[in-house]
Ligand binder design. Structure first.
Ligand SMILES: Cc1ncc(COP(=O)(O)O)c(C=O)c1O
Length: 358
């Protein structure tokens, strides 16, 4: 990757060291391997992408799920404080659905124990908190250019840090990838899936195992400057249009939007909560009628990567049922068109009756 592009990244994110990595999953795994999590627990949000606990396992750590906040689906600092025992090697704070994790609060509990925070900004980069770029709020940040992210290539990502030694370690590790470890992890996880009857996870697993690359994929190097420039140029429009999409969705009775922040909020998919089942069905029908695709994402990590008891992480469970996502693209024009469709669908929908859902 050219030094000019790396300089642009350093400038955009405002951090000292930017290391191109193979994927978000690979970047998380490299970060954790440098921290040294082997045989120790790593706290992860209970509602997140399976790539997060998978990266922990690939680094030799043990993912431990912590509940999330209903307000923004990010890891709950109070629950983290309860879970921070001496065997915890790191915390992965995911900027969930584009919303910034509460890293200042997490620091208050983690710093006194010397526990590093890895900020997973894969779903959120481009947003800022008080002018500080998401991805640089933790000790190490990770960004993805993979499937459906804000900059969407086939693969690739960035590791962001101000720590020179850590950046040097990551670079050294990339040059000597431990393929033996990778194949051991692959067979262990595959065996666990088979024994636990989770064959349905195989497609996701195969995809993410493929994403456990450590080096930036050479075939993406030419595309990245073009995709990055388009992303930066469109950013103001994308933010403005997302605001409009949020406003449009809020017009449907029973829909709760996440709190909006003009700078700290750039979701890869725009998410809303619809707590009542009846309202959810109605909302989905209205959107389907308008040709607006919605998705449900990320069940809590009750799958093969993290064992969750039935009473654990109740907020993550509730949110996983009520969150629906607009698959907006980061391209401004698409998002604007979607906001217009949502507005007209809501205006035309005969079943809107606020009283029914309250
Ligand atoms: C929060 C989060 N972390 C990590 C990843 C993994 O990124 P990649 O697909 O580049 O491996 C994803 C991808 O969906 C994600 O949503």
């Amino acid at each position: 990757m050219g030094s000019r592009l790396l300089e642009q990244f350093r400038h955009f994110f405002g951090c000292e060291h930017v290391v191109p990595v193979g994927s978000g999953t690979g970047g998380l795994s490299l970060a954790l391997r440098c921290i040294g999590v082997r045989g120790r627990a790593v706290l992860v949000p209970a509602l997140t992408c399976p790539a997060v606990p998978l990266a922990v396992i690939a680094a030799g750590g043990v993912p431990r799920a912590v509940d999330v906040l209903r307000a923004d689906a990010t890891i709950d600092p109070a629950a983290v404080a309860d879970a921070l025992t001496t065997d915890v090697a790191a915390i992965i704070a995911v900027d969930s659905f584009g919303y910034p994790a509460r890293i200042a609060e997490l620091r208050r509990v983690a710093d006194p124990l010397g526990c590093p925070i890895v900020e997973d900004a894969c779903q959120a980069y481009g947003g800022r908190v008080d002018g500080v770029a998401l991805g640089t709020l933790g000790d190490i940040g990770v960004v993805s250019f993979g499937y459906s992210k804000n900059v969407w290539l086939d693969a690739g990502g960035l590791l962001l840090t101000d720590d020179r030694q850590l950046a040097a370690e990551v670079l050294a590790m990339q040059q000597a990838p431990d393929y033996r470890l990778l194949s051991r992890v692959r067979s262990r996880v595959t065996l666990k899936l088979m024994l636990s009857g989770h064959e349905d996870w195989f497609p996701a697993l195969v995809r993410h195992m493929g994403l456990l690359r450590y080096a930036f994929p050479a075939h993406q190097a030419q595309m990245l400057p073009v995709a990055w420039r388009a992303f930066v140029d469109e950013l103001p429009h994308t933010l403005a249009n997302l605001k409009r999409l949020a406003g449009a969705a809020a017009g449907f009775a029973g829909v709760e939007t996440f709190e909006y922040s003009a700078e700290g909020w750039l979701p890869w998919r725009y998410s809303v909560r619809v707590p009542q089942e009846q309202a959810r069905v109605s909302f989905e029908a209205a959107m389907a009628a308008a040709g607006v695709p919605l998705t449900h994402l990320f069940p809590p990590l009750t799958g093969p990567f993290v064992d969750l008891g039935p009473d654990e992480c109740p907020e993550a469970r509730r949110l996983s049922e009520m969150i629906v996502n607009f698959k907006h693209s980061a391209r401004a024009a698409d998002t604007q068109a979607m906001a217009e469709s949502v507005e007209s669908a809501i205006a035309a929908w005969p079943g809107v009756d606020g009283a029914g859902f309250c």
